[in-house]
Ligand binder design. Structure first.
Ligand code: ATP
Length: 831
């Protein structure tokens, strides 16, 4: 085979003779193979590849990869597929499904001699993820490299479309992802699929489900109806609708685990631990640090969770190499990470479901599902990353108590044997404090924590089946605390806690209810200490400066982002998660630590402070300066009294500028003829107003009257404008007449004598007039002609565009000859 990733050139000229020879040999091979396949009994039991009618290159390829015996699914599916049957293949994870479809692909195309650019595309293998597509392509290369002449390629995006387009035109086998291949089908003119013989869907149930269904339906539209279709998955679909969509022809359902007692490999040991979500990170940390000599794959529900846990744990140095993988990473990074984890002996990879299906990491010891999978199928695929191909493996699922019953039921229905285990008390380490401290010091981490919280809760919210994921039952406050956050970030879709908001608002500030909020914070070590103990602890606990700094920082850092996510006091309609709690605590703190804030007697009594202020007589003071208890200062003009309960507030009294801010803004008043002040808009006497009729009627009348007034004024303005125009016209005519008379003299006088000067002056006058018309400054010095075109005032940014309405206004100008006239004009304007 000539496997090529996108854009790779075909073999060079020097290989041509060899190829011709091979093709000759293949031709002989093909006939023999055709007859062997037609005689093949698909119901017979085959144990080794040697028993199957396979081409020499495939045999060689399998041999070089040390594949000799068939797995169950291979033994059942390959003979049928060789005979051209459509197949629905279902077999446990790690049971060798990839070869079960790749061998028939190679063989069927080989026998059809679907080789070279002219043959076109013969087989399309679709995978739901890039990682899996790459892996399938690698297996294809492995078994096809010993003499097959196909051009095979990988089309998964991440490369330029052009590169892929060029390569696609020459491919016989393509391994691809649905989105990218659809893009080519619709955009690449040279991509011809008319000769396609085989379509393979790996992880078929995933490709057929909601996320990919549209793409798949569109792809099918392009493909010839006459083709062989192979569907494989560990959790196979038998839905009639799906089969109809793919136009399968009497498909053969090949299942090797239907009769088995479990849907998961027998070599896989499966357990779950009850871990309330606030303790998940503690349990995970404890687990990782006690399994340093293992290869661990940890599944989390979102990329944000992955990033947060990875970053947090990385800082804490667990003593095992950490890796992380999620769909938002660049393709090259993803490849690098999967490769590193593949090769690693001891490592811990935090990942999303991007590697839940199909990926064949060798020798994974543990699969840890920190976030509960959305369904039993996802569970099966996740745990299938270990205990592959007869190896042993272990899987642990973390379940919140609220998830236990529902999830176990689902797993039972899918025949997944799982047992409960519990973490040894001694081994459980709490990392809450460390995570909190890291979040405090590193805003980026805290930001990630917020994102992780939001994405996790959202994932719970969108899960199907309330019997497993009931958002109301999770301790989200505690979970937020475990991520190092001072409170649960605001999540828009969480409306259910409106009741809780009410309860908190109505609760007495020092009452025991305050403690309910913090029970989750305090549960880190012992967990089951009981409410009473937690309350007592909280009451007795001393809040340090550090605690306060932490809380304050959480309000300032990333303030904009945080404000969006965290509910504030006044935020009605949702639960009041963070700020109100802090405020509440602050209030408690204020009361508790009142002495700290007291101003010592003699250090500065209110009277002393106020004496510095000019308007001291406008301020009145209450309180006891001798004892230094908090005082209340009523400032003139200020709406609310100013409570002086701290040094900061005391200082405020000395700053006139800051005090001004507390005062009300001045309001504009108008004075009547008796000199009495009135508001610009004063309310009418209520009774007098009502006596004039209904409010709506009065409003209409007022609007009509105003409209009429505007119309009348508009009419007057138009008359005035007409009058002005007429005047201007007359003046211009007069001037033209005068000019004509002047020109006549010039013409008559001849050019030579004297006339030049006169003409020159006149030209200058005209120039000035023109300059005036165009708004030039020169025009100011011109004579009476300025009336012709009043200079347009230069507009300032803040100035309104004033239109001259009458002669008395801006636009009207007069002939001012002498200084007396100028004075008179000035007086007129000022009058
Ligand atoms: N006949 C065989 N002999 C030896 N090893 C095999 C054979 N077939 C497959 N394997 C190995 O078994 C492992 C699992 O194979 P494969 O990835 O095809 O499983 P799968 O059934 O597709 O799993 P999943 O459901 O997780 O996708 C691979 O490492 C592969 O090399």
């Amino acid at each position: 085979m000539a496997p090529q990733t996108t854009g790779r050139a075909r073999p060079t000229k020097s290989k041509k003779p060899q190829r011709t020879n091979k093709r000759k040999r293949d031709d002989v091979d093909v006939e023999a193979l055709e007859s062997a396949v037609s005689e093949l009994d698909p119901k017979a039991t085959y144990t080794t590849f040697a028993h199957l009618p396979l081409s020499e290159p495939t045999r060689e390829g399998l041999k070089s990869a040390h594949f000799s015996t068939l797995t169950d699914i291979q033994a059942k599916a390959i003979p049928l597929a060789l005979k051209g049957r459509d197949i629905l293949g279902a077999a446990k994870t790690g049971s060798g499904k990839t070869l079960a479809f790749l061998i028939p692909v190679l063989e069927n195309l080989h026998r059809a001699q679907c080789i070279g650019g002219d043959a076109g595309l013969g087989a399309m293998v679709i995978s739901p993820t890039r990682e899996l597509a790459i892996q399938i392509f690698e297996v294809l290369r492995t078994i096809g490299r010993k003499g097959h002449l196909f051009a095979a390629g990988l089309v998964i995006g991440g490369k330029s479309l052009k590169e892929e387009q060029d390569a696609l035109a020459r491919m016989n086998i393509v391994v691809c992802t649905p989105g990218r291949i659809l893009q080519h089908l619709s955009q690449t003119a040279a991509f011809n699929v008319d000769n396609l013989r085989m379509l393979v869907l790996d992880e078929a149930d995933r490709i057929l489900d909601m996320g990919f269904s549209r793409d798949l339906d569109a792809i099918i539209e392009y493909l010839p109806a006459e083709r062989q279709t192979l569907l494989f998955s560990a959790t196979q679909t038998k839905k009639v609708g799906d089969l109809a969509r793919l136009s399968l022809r009497e498909p053969e359902y090949v299942s090797v685990h239907e009769a088995a007692t479990a849907a998961t490999p027998a070599t896989l040991q499966q357990n779950y631990v009850l871990t309330p979500i606030p303790e998940k990170l503690d349990t995970l940390w404890s687990f990782i640090t006690s399994s340093k000599k293992s290869k661990i794959l940890v599944f989390l529900s979102s990329g944000k969770q992955v990033r947060f846990v990875y970053e947090a744990f990385r800082h804490m140095q667990p003593g095992i190499p950490l890796l992380h993988l999620h769909g938002r990473q660049k393709q090259t990074a993803r490849l690098d990470i999967t490769d590193r984890f593949r090769r690693a002996q001891h490592s811990c990879l935090f990942a999303t479901d991007v590697v839940a299906r199909g990926i064949d990491f060798p020798a994974v010891d543990w699969v840890v599902q920190v976030d509960c999978p959305e369904d039993a199928d996802t569970y099966i695929h996740r745990v299938g990353r270990t205990a592959r191909y007869e190896r042993e493996g272990r899987a642990v699922l973390f379940l919140d108590p609220s998830e236990e019953e529902g999830m176990l039921k689902r797993l039972e229905q899918k025949r997944v044997p799982i047992e409960r285990i519990s973490v040894r008390g001694k081994k459980q380490i709490s990392v809450k404090k460390q995570v909190q401290s890291m979040c405090f010091q590193d805003p980026q981490l805290k930001y990630l924590g917020q994102k992780a919280f939001a994405s996790y809760t959202r994932s719970l919210h969108v899960q199907k089946g309330r019997e497993v994921f009931d958002l109301q039952k999770y301790d989200l406050e505690g979970f937020a605390a475990s991520l190092g956050l001072p409170g649960a970030p605001r999540i828009k879709f969480l409306k259910a806690d409106a009741e809780e908001v009410k309860r908190r608002k109505n609760a007495p500030r020092m009452g025991p209810e305050v403690d309910d909020d913090v029970s989750a914070d305090s549960d880190d070590e012992e967990g089951e200490g009981g409410v009473e103990r937690v309350k007592t602890e909280k009451k007795n606990s001393v809040r340090t400066k550090y605690d306060r700094m932490f809380e304050r920082k959480n309000q300032d850092v990333l303030a904009e982002h945080y404000a969006k996510m965290v509910k504030t006091d006044g935020d009605a309609g949702g639960e009041d998660v963070d700020m109100s709690r802090l405020d509440g605590e602050q209030a408690v703190d204020d009361d508790l630590f009142d002495v700290k804030r007291r101003i010592p007697a003699g250090e500065g009594s209110p009277a002393q402070s106020l004496s510095d202020i000019d308007d001291v007589d406008e301020a009145s003071v209450t309180g006891d300066p001798a004892t230094g208890t908090s005082r209340t200062v009523h400032l003139a003009g200020a709406k609310d009294p100013l409570i002086i309960d701290s040094k900061r507030r005391e200082k405020l009294l000395k700053s006139k500028k800051k005090l001004l801010k507390l005062k009300d803004k001045g309001s504009r008043v108008v004075f009547d003829e008796e000199g009495l002040p009135h508001q610009v808009y004063e309310m009418q006497d209520d009774e007098a107003f009502r006596s004039k009729g209904a409010a709506e009627e009065q409003r209409r009348q007022y609007v009509n009257a105003e409209a009429e007034r505007v119309r009348e004024q508009d009419g007057r303005d138009k008359v005035l404008a007409k009058e002005k125009k007429r005047e201007k016209r007359e003046k211009r005519k007069e001037r033209e007449r005068a000019a004509e008379e002047g020109t006549g003299a010039e013409e008559g006088g001849g050019d030579e004598v004297g006339g030049g000067l006169e003409g020159g002056e006149d030209a200058m006058a005209n120039f000035l007039a023109d300059a005036q018309a165009s708004g030039s400054d020169m025009g100011e010095e011109a004579d009476g002609d300025v009336e012709e075109q009043p200079p347009k005032k230069q507009k300032k940014w803040f100035q309104k565009d004033v239109r001259p309405d009458s002669d008395d206004e801006v636009g009207a100008e007069r002939n001012i000859g002498t200084f007396d006239e100028l004075e008179a004009e000035a007086a007129r304007l000022l009058a």
